[in-house]
Design a protein around this ligand. Sequence first.
Ligand SMILES: [Zn+2]
Length: 139
Amino acid sequence: MSIQYNKEHPLPTPPMIWENMGFWEGTKEHRLVFQRCKECGTWVHPPRPACPKCRSFEKEWAPSGGKGTVYSWATYSESPHPAFVAPYSVVLVEMDEGVRLISNLIDTKPEGISIGMPVEVVFDDIADDLTLPKFRKVG
Ligand SMILES: [Zn+2]
């Protein structure tokens, strides 16, 4: 099962601001990157100006291994937006780097999803200028 879009309605898109542009530029190139503090090495997501551990403003965009586990999930049986066709599943993935990312799980029916399930990133080019990171079950 993959999320379907109703193309008669414009898709809501994430806000693109200077703090998260590195993330979205990475996904456009089918690379998953997160901020990493250059002072203490803490991975940071969602992107923010200061490191939550040491308060440093010195960060870099570092590549993620693209793997994690399902921390939590929900299946929408009714769509909260006309562009999204229900049912579809939203997952909170805990990446191996320790940060968490909200996304969609593709190719798995809701009854096949479980907490702790290993997943890996895939990339969905939903528009010319927007690629979303999504996840699929590993194994
Ligand atoms: Zn830090």
